[in-house]
Every structure is written in structure tokens, then in C-alpha cells.
Design a binder for this molecule. Structure first.
Ligand code: NAP
Length: 298
């Protein structure tokens, strides 16, 4: 799907670990005109680097742009941002949300925006901060074919692949499936590497040998070394994965199915958040796995 990008005036709201590199790719593609972030310093820094304006707020940004990409933490945050944006939104604009929220929220926002003659695409992403920096994210999109075609230059600037999964909400449903896998892989890899430490296996040989075979995974490749060195300051905050897993839990309840791996992961990440580790990368889970008493030893 290709679209004419000459008419796109893109804005980005939410310049965190994911949103900031996405905004830089939009600037490099010549699509970005405006940015806004709740904590203003991040917007000032990015705007001066990219040579774009800092909007006074979401409403002002909406008046300046016809495609608005959002990347904020959770459902409530996205709802706040979109409701602030609504009075300024131009008819015919499309809001493309790359945050991970529930399919219900995506459908509600699409309804609110259609009242302002604007479109909505839920476009959650996978590939981590590394994928955001390299512009190689995998995008799972939900919305009309026309709206997705309209924003395709924006999605192509941040990703290696864009897959249209169905109507609004289908992108977030796909992301929930993705997060069930992420949680299960993290549980297994953290347990396995904590066990390897107990077995005194040499990590410089362990990681390549298991990574080259059927146990290889993105998580092992990108977080195996850092977690064995107890470095948890990069990547995907575990409080955000906990938020995602609560979305998966709700979906499973609606479907009347059981997802025991997710239930175990929710319990683990709740414990880590209570211990004050919510801003650690999800690989911080190894700290629980190292200690059967649940104490992370600090
Ligand atoms: P982050 O670094 O914590 O950034 C969160 C961003 O949201 C910040 O710009 C923050 O503004 C903004 N924000 C939060 N609440 C807000 C509110 N009420 N109003 C306005 N802005 C608000 O998180 P991230 O890692 O970029 O993740 C962003 C989204 O992408 C999340 O939904 C996450 O689940 C998803 N995601 C993350 C990854 C990953 O590997 N990190 C991968 C895929 C998807 P401030 O700067 O003012 O705090």
C-alpha cells in the first residue's frame, strides 16, 4: 500500500523511549512539523534537533497537523490526550496510536474522532526501543483500508513491516497476543538464566550456544547479556508490561479462556513493582527468579 506523502503534516505526542525515536524518523522522512510532550524539556530537545516546532499542547498540535501519531503510556493517558486534542482536530485528519492500550479504548477513541470527522488507526508496535531507534518496528494496524493507506508513509518511516489486521481494535488485539508471548518468553528465559547461574555455567559460551539453536529469541539475544550483568536500565519498563498483561487478562476473561502463564507473570511483575522496580526493563524479572523467597536481594 503506497500513498502520496506530499500532503502529510505529521505531529507526535509522547516523546518517551519509543515516541522520541519514531519522531526522529518522521523528521528524517520530511513528514514531521510539530511535537508535544507532557514534560516539556523532551519536546524542546527533540524539536531543536529535528528543526520542528513545539506545540503549546495537544489541541494546538492538532490544529497544525493532519496526521497525529500518539505514543503514551496507558489507556487513561491516551484518552486524556485525545480529548485535549479534539477541539483542534481538522476534519479529514487521522490519529494513529502506537501506544499499547485495550481494543475497547481504541474503538471508543475511533468513535469520538469520527464525531469530529477524523479517522483513527490503532497501530501498536513490537521490536523494542532498538526497533524504534532503527526504524524497524513491526506494526499491527487496525482501521479502515483508506485511513491506513493515508498514513502509510508515516508507518513506513518507523517500521520494517506494516500488517493490516482488521477493523479498529484488531491491532491492539494482535498486540495482546504478542504480549502473551513476550511474557511467556521472559518467564522462561529469566528462569533458565537464573538456573544457569546456579550451575556456574560460563555465560560467554552459554548465550551463543543456546541462542543459535531452537531456544533462540529476540529477548535472549538483546537482554541475555545485560540481565546476567544485572543491568536493567534499558528497554521496556516492566510496569508497562504489567499494564499490557492486565489487558490480556481482561480479554481472556471475556473469551472465558485460561492463560496461566500470564497470571504467573502478573503476579511476578506486581511483586517487582511493589519492590520499587517498575521502571526496570522486563529482564529485571531475573532478580525474582534468582531468589526463591521472592526477595530481590537489594
Ligand atoms: P515511556 O518512555 O515511559 O514514555 C511514555 C510517554 O508517555 C512519555 O512521553 C510520557 O510523558 C507520556 N505520557 C504518559 N502519560 C501521559 C499523560 N497522561 N499525558 C500526556 N503524556 C503522557 O514509555 P515507552 O517505552 O515510550 O512506551 C510508550 C508506549 O509504547 C506504551 O504504551 C508501551 O506499552 C508501548 N511500547 C513500548 C515498548 C518498549 O520497548 N519500550 C515497545 C512496544 C510498545 P512524560 O515524558 O511527561 O512522562
Amino acid at each position: 500500500m503506497q500513498a502520496d506523502n506530499t500532503a502529510i503534516r505529521a505531529g507526535v505526542i509522547g516523546l518517551g523511549a519509543m515516541g522520541a525515536p519514531m519522531a526522529k524518523h518522521l523528521a528524517n522522512a520530511g513528514l514531521l512539523v510539530s511535537v508535544w510532550n507532557r514534560t516539556g524539556g523532551k519536546a524542546d530537545e527533540l524539536a531543536s534537533e529535528a528543526g520542528v516546532e513545539v506545540a503549546a499542547g495537544p489541541e494546538h498540535l492538532a490544529t497544525r497537523c493532519n496526521v497525529v501519531l500518539t505514543c503514551v503510556s496507558a489507556d487513561d493517558d491516551l484518552q486524556q490526550v485525545v480529548s485535549c486534542m479534539l477541539p483542534g482536530i481538522e476534519p479529514g485528519s487521522v490519529v494513529v496510536d502506537t501506544s499499547t492500550v485495550s481494543p475497547v479504548t481504541a474503538r471508543q477513541l475511533a468513535g469520538s474522532l469520527s464525531g469530529a470527522d477524523a479517522g483513527f488507526v490503532d497501530a501498536p508496535v513490537s521490536g523494542g526501543v532498538e526497533g524504534a531507534r532503527k526504524g524497524t518496528l513491526s506494526v499491527m494496524a487496525g482501521g479502515s483500508s483508506a485511513n491506513i493507506a493515508r498514513i502509510m508513509p508515516v508507518l513506513e518511516a518507523i517500521s520494517a513491516s506494516v500488517t493490516h489486521m482488521g477493523p479498529v481494535g484488531a491491532g491492539q488485539a494482535t498486540k495482546a497476543v504478542n504480549q502473551v508471548m513476550i511474557a511467556g518468553i521472559a518467564e522462561a528465559v529469566c528462569e533458565a538464566l537464573a538456573m544457569a547461574e546456579q550451575l556456574n555455567l560460563p555465560s560467554e559460551r552459554l548465550l551463543p550456544v543456546v541462542g543459535a539453536g531452537a531456544a533462540g529469541s529476540w529477548f535472549l539475544e538483546h537482554r541475555g547479556r545485560s540481565m546476567l550483568e544485572s543491568k536493567f536500565n534499558v528497554g521496556f519498563k516492566l510496569s508497562l508490561l504489567l499494564k499490557d498483561l492486565l489487558i490480556c487478562q481482561n480479554l481472556a476473561q471475556e473469551l472465558d479462556i485460561s492463560i496461566p502463564t500470564v497470571e504467573a507473570a502478573i503476579s511476578d511483575y506486581r511483586q517487582l513493582v511493589e519492590l520499587g522496580d517498575g521502571d526496570h526493563d522486563i529482564s529485571g524479572l531475573i532478580r525474582l527468579k534468582r531468589d526463591v523467597d521472592g526477595s530481590t536481594g537489594e
